[in-house]
Design a protein around this ligand. Structure first.
Ligand code: CP
Length: 320
């Protein structure tokens, strides 16, 4: 039995068989994307609650829910009783007893969902938590990479930019080595983790062009200023200097003779980590990632709803 978890907080919550199954289901759903999965007699209720801004994640989940034929509600934290001091646990339990089966939750607080691991109020998908993880983005990135190159074993991807503050980066370094990929994290030293504690298959570089020469795929990250303690935390005085040392343009890739795919989770800061000539080129895969987010998120929702978890919404360890 390969039961999907009821809490998807981290890539660590999935095993390789489950990840392979999500890739295969996403691929099928992409081919038959208009087919609803749930009929009227078993319509689950799925909510999003985004306590941080989002364009891609929130709307692709909303579309995925509706394409599956489930009922969608957007829980607005700003106008909810969270603002009157109600706890997140009480909020989730309330939604559970209203019949919500699954919530997709985004927060600026890292690991906020770990508190529910022992006693889950409802099924939860992490839509990005602080600088911790963004597992569904990493899964749709993997789906996109496999579309470009079905056999990833032995291939290298360099993730350029603010690796230390990137929840997407943190999920990718757990996921991609499982598929035999080498991952190079590249950026100024302020944006890189220490050598200790990086997973097997991951290496570090401060030199853009050295990392570029070794990789088959480029993955660009935005400078996550909203998560920095001080505004110059790349240590390079200005975004112009950052662009000079770590930014990418189509012209630069041509000069380096490296016309390889460029991924970006978005939102992109044009003129900082990427130039508009590159975003407008066929090397840029950011829009394929957006497109693939729908079938992958449909696959994740469908897989998580199937398990009949009897431990959801228990009060003091008992069902009411
Ligand atoms: N990639 C991503 O998480 O984008 P949003 O912040 O727009 O959801």
């Amino acid at each position: 039995m390969n039961s999907f978890p009821s809490l998807l907080e981290s890539i660590d919550d999935l095993n390789k068989v489950q990840i392979d199954s999500l890739l295969s289901l996403s691929s099928n759903l992409k081919r038959n994307i208009s087919l609803p999965i749930f009929d009227n007699s078993q319509k689950p209720i799925i909510a999003t609650s985004f306590l941080e801004n989002s364009t891609r994640t929130k709307h692709s989940f909303a579309i995925a829910v509706q394409r599956l034929g489930a009922m969608y509600i957007d829980f607005n934290a700003e106008t909810s009783s969270l603002k009157k001091g109600e706890s997140l646990e009480e909020t989730f339990l309330t939604l559970h007893f209203q019949g919500v089966n699954l919530i997709i939750f985004r927060s600026s607080i890292s690991n906020q969902l770990s508190q529910f691991r022992a006693n889950l109020p409802l099924k939860i998908i992490n839509g990005g938590d602080g600088i911790n993880e963004h597992p569904t983005q990493a899964l749709l990135d993997l789906f996109t990479l496999k579309e470009i190159c079905p056999e990833l074993k032995g291939k290298s991807i360099a993730i350029f930019g603010d690796n230390i503050h990137s929840r997407v980066g943190h999920s990718l370094i757990k996921l991609l080595p499982q598929f035999g990929m080498n991952v190079i994290l590249c950026g100024p030293k302020h944006f890189l983790p220490s050598n200790q504690g990086i997973p097997e298959g991951v290496s570090l570089s401060n030199e853009r062009d050295e990392a570029l020469s070794k990789c088959d795929f480029i993955y660009l990250l935005r400078i996550q200023k909203e998560r920095h303690q001080d505004s110059s935390s790349h240590g390079l005085d200005s975004d112009e200097n950052y662009h000079q040392k770590y930014g990418f343009s189509l012209a630069h890739l041509k000069k380096m003779n490296k016309l390889i795919p460029v991924l970006h989770p978005g939102p992109a800061n044009i003129g900082v980590e990427i130039d508009s000539d590159l975003i407008k080129s066929s090397l840029y895969k950011g829009y394929s990632q957006v497109e693939n987010s729908i079938p992958m998120r449909m696959a994740i929702i469908k897989s998580m709803l199937v398990n009949n978890d009897k431990n959801i919404g228990l009060i003091h360890g008992e069902k009411l």
